[in-house]
Design a protein around this ligand. Structure first.
Ligand code: NAD
Ligand code: IPM
Ligand code: MN
Length: 330
């Protein structure tokens, strides 16, 4: 029997996680909750406690809502470090961020455990602060392979996004992607784009985009842009996968401190992350599809304020559960 480790996190995290837990219960999937992020810093002094990491490793899949507490900003230990640590520990280097709607069907494949986020950083003796962007050939190759596989599986094409006109690591990126395409994926159409103008393409012509392959920092920024042109952060889900072990499933959005505690956060991104968890994490595609449909129904029946409605987080969850109940195949 499968088991999901749930990390509700901070801010609106526990509010949207509560709706995800209702869905897991409705589908008869076992789960447990664990301290993570800002709340774990406050209670245990660390954003990723050992027992939380152990529970995540032992689970079949990990479901994270969001971390981040404004009162901890500027402190040496931050909630976000726990998230980076968890991604690294689980080896989930491939972050899949779909963005769909209005003729748009794009899939951003973001490298998740390298680049600027994990390179050397610090303060030099002269007082200069630095972060370094580093990528090795195998790190680029494994994420590029994921991108090509995803593009091939959907009969689509791959756009690799870099900053080859400025960044050294982008030269490695472009060379590796080009060579892999020629050697192993000659059937998958490949093109390259520079990240600045590609951000504009996402805004102006998102319908022309299929599968996007990019490094960690660019993928972080571009996925919020893609979310914005397809209904907003309240809708955007993601799956983070490695080669083995549990995947990590999380909305693209953060802890949204401005709206936390008001019961109005949109749980759609979280529930779509549960759908990705069902499909990619537990191998339950029928339930994943039913949940996707139930969320689509709820977006019509009970939209939350961020998408122009008045429904509460719980009312959206009610609508999802009603639609799931009405699904004959479950
Ligand atoms: P954010 O994603 O939390 O919020 C950006 C905007 O989107 C805000 O206006 C917010 O109200 C809105 N929003 C986000 N999710 C929503 C939802 N489900 N329903 C309705 N509206 C929603 O980004 P931010 O404000 O830049 O960051 C806040 C904190 O979250 C920071 O501490 C940041 O580090 C953290 N963060 C965490 C994650 C994560 O845990 N995966 C992701 C991004 C940001
Ligand atoms: C995301 C978030 C994280 C990231 C932060 C909170 C570490 O913004 O998942 O998009 O930058 O990867
Ligand atoms: Mn982000």
């Amino acid at each position: 029997m499968s088991h999901v480790a749930v990390l509700p996190g901070d801010g609106i995290g526990p509010e949207v996680a509560a709706q995800a837990i209702r869905v897991l219960d409705a589908l008869g999937i076992a789960h447990s909750e664990h301290a993570f992020g800002g709340n774990a810093i406050l209670s245990q002094g660390t954003p990723l406690p050992d027992d939380t990491l152990a529970a995540c490793r032992a689970a079949d899949a990990v479901l994270l809502a969001a971390v981040g507490l404004p009162e901890l900003e500027g402190r040496p230990v931050r909630p976000e470090q726990g998230l980076l640590g968890l991604r690294k520990e689980l080896g989930v280097y491939a972050n899949l961020r779909p963005a769909r709607g209005d003729g748009v069907d794009m899939m951003i494949v973001r490298e998740l455990v390298g680049g600027l986020y994990f390179g050397a950083k610090g303060v030099r003796e002269d007082g200069t602060w630095f972060d370094t962007c580093e990528y090795s050939r195998p790190e680029v190759e494994r994420i590029a392979r994921r991108g090509f596989e995803i593009a091939r599986a959907r009969g689509g094409r791959l756009t690799s996004v870099d900053k080859v006109n400025v960044m050294h690591t982008s030269r490695l990126w472009r060379d590796v992607v080009t060579a892999l395409g020629e050697d192993d994926y000659p059937d998958v159409p490949l093109d390259h784009a520079l990240v600045d103008s590609f951000a504009m393409t996402i805004v102006q012509a998102p319908q022309t985009i299929d599968v996007v392959l990019t490094e960690n920092t660019f993928g972080d920024i571009l996925s919020d842009v893609a979310a914005a042109v397809t209904g907003g952060l309240g809708l955007a889900a993601s799956a983070s996968l490695g080669d083995a072990g549990p995947g990590l499933f999380e909305p693209v959005h953060g802890s949204a401190p401005q709206i936390a505690g008001r019961g109005i956060a949109n749980p759609a991104a979280m529930l779509r992350s549960v759908a990705l968890l069902l499909a990619y994490g537990l191998g339950r595609p029928t339930e994943a599809a039913a949940l996707e449909r139930a969320v689509a129904d709820a977006l019509e029946a009970a939209p939350t304020p961020d998408i122009g409605g008045t429904a509460t987080t719980a009312a959206f969850g009610d609508a999802v559960l009603r639609a799931l109940d009405a699904t004959p195949t479950l």
